[in-house]
Design a protein around this ligand. Structure first.
Ligand SMILES: [Zn+2]
Length: 430
């Protein structure tokens, strides 16, 4: 057990965080300039390797190897190859270990920017307006990554370092599979706790629970015809829309009050089915021969990704019997998320310490947040029994247009992580 942090060290660390405030904003801007969407993470990962090196650590690459992960219950079927997209980690080792070890984890991948012309400023040209940084990934979750890096840097600036092992992890594919997080978790020693600074929804928040997610893809091949013989053909787009409607019926069913786990009570519509992508058709005057739809299906606590997969198989099989799909071929695939829901242990010592540190450094309280989306926190919770404190800055319009994060909020989170790390790991002179 570590002794309480002495007041001099505490003051020195917090002063160092304050001194690094401009550095934090510049680092965030540098990271946001990398359009690190799926398959394009290399630049952001390189940036992270440089950042870790600037903290006096030796960055190391951790590949994501599907063959090695496939048997793990947390594995999701990949969407694309992992070549050239290795995760980046760095390990701090103390001179004398006296405290508890910690992992600081964040994802560098971002979701697509959507209609770039709808953004007030270009999504990958970060801009500060009214104390907030705008840009894709600014909130989700590059600000959080910068926070944990600056927390570590502040300690060193104060002439100190954690008196226990600290892992820094930058992972890919949090937004579509979680396989990057899984690969890193399995490649590194288990730590006594994990901090993941995922953003809060318009407020500083602490994740108390999260839904699971399954990604399903349905490809309908119809029967082509000229529109003048329309009745002779099967329109793949119309057929796909019948199947999509069946998914929305399923969504209504899964949101019935008796299915909602206590951790999600009070939330309006916690289980969401999103019709995310559609591609199909060839010509306005031809009956569409092929259409593919991509869906994201939420999984309520108490239910599993596997059960949801079986439900989807059944609902697609049933929808395929519809008279207007007669003669159509329907292919169902599962690629991307096959993720179980989880409830975080908010009584865990790391969570209580994070709450206390937040209150001490900001004067406020972290709000509880049962999330209708997911984080990489599930891996440590479900498969490693490692307590996770998942909390982060106030971000608005993540996954939307004009995503942004509050700079005061980010600063408060950095102070919180710095203090939490110092208390959890203990400190020693460099
Ligand atoms: Zn995120």
């Amino acid at each position: 057990m570590t002794e309480a942090l002495d007041p001099g060290a505490r003051r020195a660390i917090l002063e160092a965080v304050d001194a690094l405030r401009d550095d934090a904003v510049e680092t965030l801007a540098r990271l946001v300039r990398h359009p690190s969407t799926l398959g394009n993470e290399a630049g952001a990962l390189e940036e992270m390797a440089g950042l870790y090196a600037s903290l006096g650590l030796t960055p190391r690459r951790v590949p994501t190897v599907p063959e090695e992960l496939a048997a793990h219950p947390g594995f999701s079927p990949p969407l694309i190859s992992y070549a050239g997209r290795d995760n980046v980690v760095a390990l701090h080792r103390p001179k004398t270990r006296s405290g508890r070890s910690l992992a600081l984890q964040g994802h560098v991948d971002v979701v697509p920017e959507g209609a770039a012309d709808m953004w007030a400023t270009p999504p990958y040209a970060p801009e500060i307006r009214n104390g907030r940084v705008y840009g894709r990934g600014a909130g989700d979750m590059k600000a959080g990554i910068v926070s944990y890096c600056m927390a570590f840097k502040a300690m060193r600036l104060a002439g100190l370092q954690p008196a226990a092992e600290v892992q820094l992890q930058s992972v890919i594919e949090e937004e579509c599979s979680g396989n990057g997080a899984l690969a890193c978790m399995l490649a590194l020693p288990r730590t006594d706790a994990v901090i993941i600074p995922e953003p809060g929804p318009g407020m500083d928040a602490l994740y108390t629970a999260e839904v699971g997610v399954v990604w399903a893809w349905v490809t309908v091949s119809g029967r082509p015809a000229h529109v003048r013989d329309m009745q002779a053909g099967v329109n793949a787009i119309e057929a796909a829309s019948i199947i999509a409607a069946a998914f929305k019926d399923y969504e209504r069913e899964m949101n019935r009050a008796e299915r909602i786990h206590p951790a999600f009570r009070g939330l309006n519509h916690p289980v969401n089915v999103n019709l995310g992508t559609i591609e199909g058709g060839e010509w306005n005057s031809s009956v569409a021969t092929r259409c593919r739809i991509g869906m994201r299906v939420g999984v309520m606590m108490g239910y599993t990704a596997r059960q949801t997969r079986a439900d989807i198989e059944a609902l697609v099989a049933k929808a395929t019997q519809h008279e207007r799909l007669r003669g159509a071929q329907v292919k169902l695939e599962f690629k991307g998320f096959m993720a179980d829901p989880c409830v975080f242990d908010t009584d865990a010592a790391i969570v209580q310490l994070a709450r206390r540190s937040y209150a001490e450094t900001t004067g406020g309280a972290l709000r509880d947040y049962p999330a209708t989306g997911l984080t990489d926190g599930r891996f440590f919770t479900l498969y490693q029994d490692t307590p996770v404190a998942c909390f982060g800055p106030d971000a608005v319009d993540i996954h939307g247009i004009d995503e942004n994060v509050g700079l005061d909020s980010m600063h408060g989170i950095t102070r919180t992580i710095a203090l939490t790390m110092a208390e959890w790991c203990g400190v020693e002179r460099i």
